[in-house]
Design a protein around this ligand. Structure first.
Ligand SMILES: [Zn+2]
Length: 280
């Protein structure tokens, strides 16, 4: 951890949101509008160790984005047609919790709007930028290259989606905006109480069923309560697993007795919503 980062929140045991969690809309729309920020052989999926709304098991600040580790200098591609609203060092204009948090960044305002609200995409910790404020960019255009500026530990891209305004406290889960990888689907859901509070900092476990045997696949924490961490306004989720290979799975809420499990089939190119209700 960089010495410039003062505050680290320890991993909490699961706790309840202070208020009722937003309820999903009846038929919320999908918005996989952004192509991946990299092209293979660069890593095109986000690191599972520090997902949106988590603190990386107590090691870091609550994460407002998703991280893509790649070597310094790897070209970063615009996810959609957009206008550049920021490009350069964030020393004077504060983009994060304090100045020089992202070191150097590009912020795009997409041409498309979501529910009548502007959508901003931030590419942070970049080494060089290749666009200027006011530029129009097209999907796939090289806009910057990977660096480790600001508070980054090691070279990676920090990707953020901001809804409604270009503000650190207006983020949503960026992985929910990235186009599917071929052969993969998305699991999204809520872990709530019967009266609609969210369980925060809990763990959802995913087992892949192969030859009838469930084997541990991955885990994802539910979002932590922090300013600027919020669900999609129409989906009301508090956890998300993207890039899940098509197949049979068992989802399980960690630490609940008797066990709370759900068998699901993930189809390529589909999004499956799963709600778990756990009393206080
Ligand atoms: Zn990050």
């Amino acid at each position: 951890m960089s010495s410039r980062v003062p505050a680290v929140t320890p991993t909490p045991t699961p706790y309840l949101s202070a208020h009722r969690w937003p309820t999903p809309a009846p038929h919320p729309p999908l918005h996989y509008w952004l192509t991946r920020p990299f092209r293979p052989p660069a890593q095109v999926w986000a690191s599972p160790y520090y997902p949106y709304g988590s603190n990386g098991d107590g090691r870091y600040l609550v994460h407002h984005g998703a991280d893509f580790p790649n070597p310094e200098g790897t070209p970063i591609l615009a996810g959609a047609e957009a206008t550049v609203v920021f490009a350069g060092p964030d020393t004077r204009e504060v983009l994060g919790p304090w100045a020089h948090f992202y070191g150097r960044a590009v912020v795009l305002r997409l041409t498309r709007q979501y529910q009548g609200r502007p959508v901003y995409v931030l590419y942070g910790h970049v080494r060089r930028t290749f666009v200027r404020k006011g530029d129009r960019v097209h999907q796939g255009q090289v806009i910057a290259e990977v660096g480790q500026e600001g508070i980054a530990m090691g070279p990676h891209l920090h990707l953020e989606v901001r809804l409604g305004e270009n503000d650190y406290n207006a983020t949503v889960n960026p992985e929910f905006w990235l186009t599917y990888m071929p052969g993969h689907g998305t699991l999204i859901g809520r872990l709530v109480t019967p009266d609609g509070r969210a369980w925060m900092g809990a763990r959802i476990l995913l087992y892949r069923v192969q030859k009838g045997q469930p084997r541990y696949w991955t885990t994802v924490p539910t979002y932590l309560e922090a300013p600027g961490i919020q669900p999609d306004p129409l989906w009301g989720e508090n956890w998300l697993l993207t890039d899940v290979p098509e197949g049979e799975y068992v989802l399980e809420v960690a630490g609940v007795s008797p066990p709370l499990r759900r068998r699901v089939h993930v189809h390529a190119g589909e999004t499956l919503f799963v709600e778990f209700v756990v009393p206080r």
